[in-house]
Structures are given as C-alpha cells and as structure tokens.
Write a protein that binds this ligand. Structure first.
Ligand code: ATR
Length: 289
C-alpha cells in the first residue's frame, strides 16, 4: 500500500522547476529517479519561465494541478509575491525555492539552507554545536546557509565578503540568533591566525566551471584541522577543495546540498522519506553525461 498518492483527477503527480535559463537543470533527472525509487507515479519537468510571466506561471500551478514546483534563478525572491503562505525560515532568508500546492493553497519554503546543513552533517561534521565557522560570501545562498547554521547552535559564525557592508548588515540582522560577525576579506589572514576556525564554507561562485583555477581565499590560510566545504558541484572538486585536500583537510562539496534541497522538497510534496541515494546517483550520472 502507501502508493495511493495521486495528482488531480487521479492522474500521476505533476512537478516542475521554474527558471530562466533552465535547460541545464539536473532537477528533473534527480526527481524522476526519486519518484521511481519511491514507487510513485509522477512527472517532473523543466519549465522555462521569463521574469515577466512568473506571476502567471505561479497561477498555473493551481490551474494545472501541479503538486509542487521548485523555483530557481532568477525567481527565488520575486516568487514570494505570488504564493499564499511563506514558511517562517523562508521569510527570514528572503527566498523561496520550493512551493507545495495543498488543495489550491500555495506555501513557499526554502530548502537550500537546511539541505546544505543536512548534507554537511551527514557527510562531514555530525554535530555542528559549538563549532566555529567561516562563511565566505554573503549572497542569497549564504543567507540560507547561515540561517540554517545558526539553528544548530554553532560557537560562532564569521561572514567574510568582498562587499563588507552586506556582511555587516547580515550580522546585525541575525545577531539575536547567535554569535555572528562580519570580516573584511583583507582581515581574513589575521582572523584565521588569531582565532580557531573549524569549518570554512565557500558560498561564492569563485572556482565554478569554467573558471576552475580560481580561489575565493588564499590557500595558505587553510590548516589541516579545518573542514573545508564548497557549495559548487561543477567541478566536484574545486581548486579550493583540491588545495584543502592536499594539506589534509576533510572536504565537502556542493553535490550534497543540491541533493538534500531536493530531498526536503520531495518530503514536503509527498510526505515520504526521500530516496537520497537514488537521487544522488541520478545527479552524478547526469553530470557525467
Ligand atoms: P548566490 O545566490 O549564488 O549566493 P549572489 O546573491 O549573487 O549569488 O551572491 C554572490 C556572492 O558571491 C556575493 O557575496 C559576492 O560578493 P559581493 O557581495 O561583494 O558581490 C560573492 N562573489 C561573487 N563573485 C566574487 C568574486 N569574484 N570575488 C569575491 N566574491 C565574489
């Protein structure tokens, strides 16, 4: 039993991902594998939505009977205008990447940050409480991660950003959630020499394909006791991770974040545990295709 979950009119479940561009997305491969592994009849399709049609596209979710959609670049902020309910964490983060359609009521969630943290805990650091964490970059991705990270009661979180004002604003905004501070990139060397940092997380796009040789911080600042994590998954080992690995650091890449943001979305849509390994295998094989 248990497979009675159906779409509108008893049809297979409908899911999709809205973005612009969208042709390169790995989400359909990942979620199709998840539906199959879970024994659910359903379809997950890429949906090319231009910014000026986003409102209409969101209305289409209920009109067409989609059970849920993911929302990706450049719509994660604007989409908040068009859903009925916004989950508290998504509200704080200021971005939605997952919408659930419950009998015509659309609720927006952010699974990027919690997905990343679940991946970091399962793959690299089981317990984040008391840990001292350096986050490089302060854009949309960083906001999700820092918010989810602060729920884990870390010892401290330092946000370093090229534009220091943005990092300082974030530290001020969430000072009630934990020990969070901002650091200028030029002061990173002092910070890393003078205070103990357990985990370094790169949230910038520096090192992403095709500019794979670039480093978000000088590799000399890393030390072997650190766990070094990079949100990038193309390439699977960025220059930062290669350099970290070569000095003996434990490394963690962005593949898990992508898989687990999808896992949480799957769980919100279906109420079933996500078949994470089938999802990971599907993403890996579509990356190699
Ligand atoms: P995302 O949603 O992927 O986080 P974003 O909101 O555009 O994307 O944020 C990108 C982050 O990477 C920002 O913190 C940006 O720094 P600024 O706030 O100074 O723009 C950082 N970033 C991007 N390219 C960078 C580069 N070449 N060097 C340093 N930081 C960079």
């Amino acid at each position: 039993m248990g497979n009675e979950l159906k779409g509108n009119g008893g049809l297979p479940l409908l899911f999709g991902v809205m973005g612009d561009p969208i042709s390169q997305t790995k989400s359909p491969a990942m979620h199709s594998a998840a539906l199959e592994a879970a024994g659910l009849a359903g379809t997950y399709v890429p949906l090319h939505v231009k910014p000026e049609r986003l409102g209409d596209a969101i209305k289409g979710i209920t009109a067409l009977g989609y059970r849920g959609v993911n929302v990706t670049v450049p719509h994660k902020v604007d989409v908040m205008k068009y859903v009925d309910v916004i989950d508290e964490a998504a509200k704080q983060i200021g971005a939605v990447n997952t919408i659930v359609n419950e009998d015509g009521v659309l609720t927006g969630y952010n699974t990027d940050g919690i997905g990343y943290i679940r991946s970091l805990k399962e793959e690299a650091v089981a317990d984040l409480s008391g840990k001292h964490v350096l986050v490089i970059g302060c854009g949309g991705a960083a906001r999700g991660i820092v918010y989810a990270l602060l729920q884990e009661k870390p010892g401290s979180v330092v946000v370093a950003n090229r534009t220091i004002g943005k990092a300082q604003e974030l530290a001020d905004e969430w000072s009630h959630l934990g020990d969070i501070s901002a650091c200028k990139m030029e002061e990173l060397a002092n910070l890393l020499q003078e205070s103990h940092i357990d985990i370094v997380i790169n949230t910038t796009s520096v090192g992403m394909y095709p500019r794979t040789g670039e480093l978000p911080i000088p590799a000399e600042l890393l030390a072997p006791h650190m766990v070094v994590s990079d949100l990038i998954y193309n390439p699977l080992k960025t220059e930062l991770l290669l350099r970290a690995e070569s000095i003996g650091c434990r490394i963690h890449n962005g593949l898990g974040m992508f898989v687990y943001q999808g896992a949480y979305a799957f769980e919100y849509w279906t109420g079933r545990p996500a078949p994470v390994e089938a999802m990971r295998a599907a993403v890996l094989s579509s990356l190699q295709a």
